[in-house]
Design a protein. Structure first.
Lengths: 255, 392
């Protein structure tokens, strides 16, 4: 595990959209490592009434492909905002966000939605499974957007549930599962479309110690065995310990 | 699982609420059907009125009577093929005082020629014409009161009163059926002469109105003018209209009621629109977080809008279908049958028509579509991060 900060200074050429890579895929960094996420001069300002509140301030960040990163920091430090910007759920006030070779801050809503469906897997703190769907159907959900036959969707969802060790819970509804099991279903849902990046927002926040450990073991396995890049926001030092890189945010800047 | 199944699952999420909403839509559709059927049935006579049939009445009002000799004069007007006359009798069966049916004193030799959509066997018609006390009754009233050919029936009339122990007595000589839905099948017709002969001298030889059929329907207006011109210089002037105009002028006296029913039927749909819109909006508000999750997973704003509109359409469709289903026993069988039997003169055919049923179902769908419009628009514009933070 390595503590790391932002990549620091950047040239003007880095910020020029004309120089942004157009092809899909990770960007090669100056040091030769491939960046799957590249952020430059990122500013995010919210307004409370007329009063501006700068949550992220001129932030630069490169996330290497295949890394497992933990974003830590006190409440209000901007870590969830950063995660949302990387996931294309929110838009920066200024700056650029390039993920897997796509400048996502310029995409329209529908384009972003398609990009998220193809590129990202989400793990939420509260699991966010749909209560009216079984575990299998919840996992199948992202595949409804892919041009797949029903049998193929089902097969992939079953495989994903097998990876998280819940092949015997396919017909269970979320209310019939423990918190740890719900989060594992959520992880299966996050990997079912074979995303390049998994973003996890406090994935152990609602779990007991043992369940949290199981979930982190699973995320570790996905990173190490399947090569998934994982970006995780967490308050939990034990969870952060499992990451390969820990970044700390404070008052909107990486420290 | 498919996107449609996913939308359908949400419909059944809160079963009680969905059930109550579907029931609400069904009741609104039923009420709409009932009110529209009242309007349709009431105006059916106007819509189905023959264009070659002219009605000549007193110029002041159809309540006032015409001299009998006008009948012969109308027959002589060029263009008139056949004519007859009738008089309100206002009769009631003393055995069934609560049963209302239309009773007309008519000219027996020509009445069924002019009203050719009232059909009865030739032998019965001949018997009716020959028997001065004969009567022909509609098949609906005959079935209801158990009348058969050969039965003796008695009627009392406030217009043509008789001593209490001597009601008007008639022999049922025939039972007519109708070839048009607009024809009242509960009317009782009998000889005008039988009534007229019993009248005191001062009331003799008065008839209610003359009905004539013209050779050429396209010349009906011309013939009507000719009839009225024939009586222009007499003490009693006439007004001749084609049957539709006559029926319309009769209906005009009920126009306020019809307008009120029209407004109420639309008002009920508007109320239901607001109720359904509120229910859908509540569901959307409760599931904001889920919509945020779906957006995060890659579902587009139009998917979210589609789910909401789909859900609302399903509720509208279920409510519409249920409304139509219950309208059959309630409107067609229950209220419809009762009205046709008891108020056949006003509601000769009280049934939900296929066209009205189609319109009602389409309106239920439209209700679902419009009710979902605002919630769907709002949900599709949700900020994903705000939606994810929202707790139901």
């Amino acid at each position: 595990m390595t503590d790391s900060t932002s990549d620091g200074a950047h040239s003007d050429a880095d910020l020029d959209p004309a120089n942004e890579p157009r092809q899909s895929g990770p960007v090669e960094r100056a040091d030769g490592a491939e960046s799957i996420v590249r952020i430059r001069s990122l500013v995010k300002t919210y307004f409370r009434g007329d009063e501006p509140l700068k949550v992220l301030d001129q932030l630069d960040l490169d996330i290497p492909k295949g890394s497992f990163e933990a974003l830590m920091g006190p409440s209000g430090s901007g870590k969830s905002t950063l995660l949302n910007l990387i996931a294309g759920l929110d838009r920066p006030t200024s700056g650029t966000v390039v993920v897997d070779g796509k400048q996502i801050d310029r995409m329209g809503e529908s384009q972003l939605a398609r990009w998220r469906a193809a590129t990202l897997g989400f793990v939420f703190q509260s699991f966010n499974l749909l209560p009216v769907l079984t575990a299998l159907e919840n996992v199948e959900l992202p595949l409804l957007l892919a041009p797949l036959r029903a049998a193929e969707r089902r097969k992939r969802a079953e495989t994903a549930l097998k990876i998280v060790g819940l092949e015997d819970r396919v017909k269970h509804y979320p209310r019939q599962l423990s918190g740890g099991q719900e989060q594992r279903v959520a992880i299966a849902r996050a990997i079912v479309n074979d995303p390049k990046i998994i973003v996890a927002d406090e994935p152990t926040g609602d779990l007991d110690r043992q369940s949290a450990a199981d979930v982190m073991t699973l995320l570790e396995k996905l990173n190490q065995q399947l090569g998934k890049t994982i970006v995780m926001v967490t308050h939990d030092p034990a969870a952060a310990e499992r990451a390969s890189i820990i970044r700390r945010l404070d008052k909107g800047i990486l420290v | 699982m498919t996107l449609i199944e996913l939308a359908a699952r949400n419909v059944l999420r809160n079963k009680v609420r969905t059930l109550l909403t579907v029931a609400g839509v069904a009741v609104a559709v039923l009420t709409f059907l009932l009110l529209r059927t009242v309007i349709y049935s009431w105006t059916a006579g106007v819509d189905a009125a023959a264009t070659d049939r002219l009605v000549t009445r007193h110029k002041v009002t159809f309540v006032l009577e015409l001299p009998l000799r006008y009948f012969e004069d109308v027959r002589m007007v060029p263009g008139v093929r056949v004519a007859t006359f009738a008089n309100w009798f206002g009769g009631k069966d003393p055995q069934h005082p609560n049963d209302f049916f239309q009773t007309l004193a008519v000219e027996p030799d020509t009445f069924f020629d002019v009203y050719s959509e009232m059909k009865l066997p030739a032998t019965e018609l001949a018997a009716f014409k020959q028997n001065r006390q004969g009567a022909v009754v509609g098949d609906v009233i005959a079935a209801k009161l158990g009348w058969k050919v050969g039965d003796r029936i008695t009627l009392e009339s406030p217009i043509f009163p008789t001593p209490p122990d001597q009601p008007w007595t008639f022999m049922v000589e025939g039972i007519y059926e109708a070839t048009s839905k607009a024809v009242d099948r509960s009317t009782v017709v009998f000889h005008w002469k039988y009534i007229n002969d019993a009248m005191p001298e001062v009331r003799k030889d008065e008839i209610g109105w003359v009905v004539s059929r013209v050779d050429d329907p396209s010349r009906a207006a011309e013939v009507a003018s000719a009839i009225d011109r024939a009586f222009e210089t007499r003490d009693t002037q006439t007004m001749t209209q084609d049957e539709r105009a006559f029926a319309s002028s009769f209906m005009a006296s009920f126009s306020a009621v019809l307008s009120a029913l029209d407004i109420v039927s639309v008002g009920i749909l508007l109320i239901m629109l607001l109720v359904l819109g509120n229910t859908i909006a509540m569901g959307v508000r409760e599931r904001t977080n889920e919509y945020g999750v779906l957006r995060a997973l890659g579902f587009s704003p139009s998917h979210i809008a589609g789910f909401i509109v789909g859900e609302s359409l399903v509720v509208g469709a279920l409510g519409g279908a249920l409304g139509l289903l219950i309208s059959y026993p309630i409107v067609n069988r229950g209220i419809g049958n009762w009205l046709e039997e008891n108020m056949g003169a006003m509601f000769p055919y009280f049934q939900v028509t296929p066209l009205l049923a189609t319109i009602a179902f389409a309106l239920a769908l439209a209700l679902g579509l419009v009710a979902a419009a605002v919630p769907a628009w709002g949900a599709s514009r949700l900020n994903v991060t705000d939606a994810l933070r929202r707790v139901a």
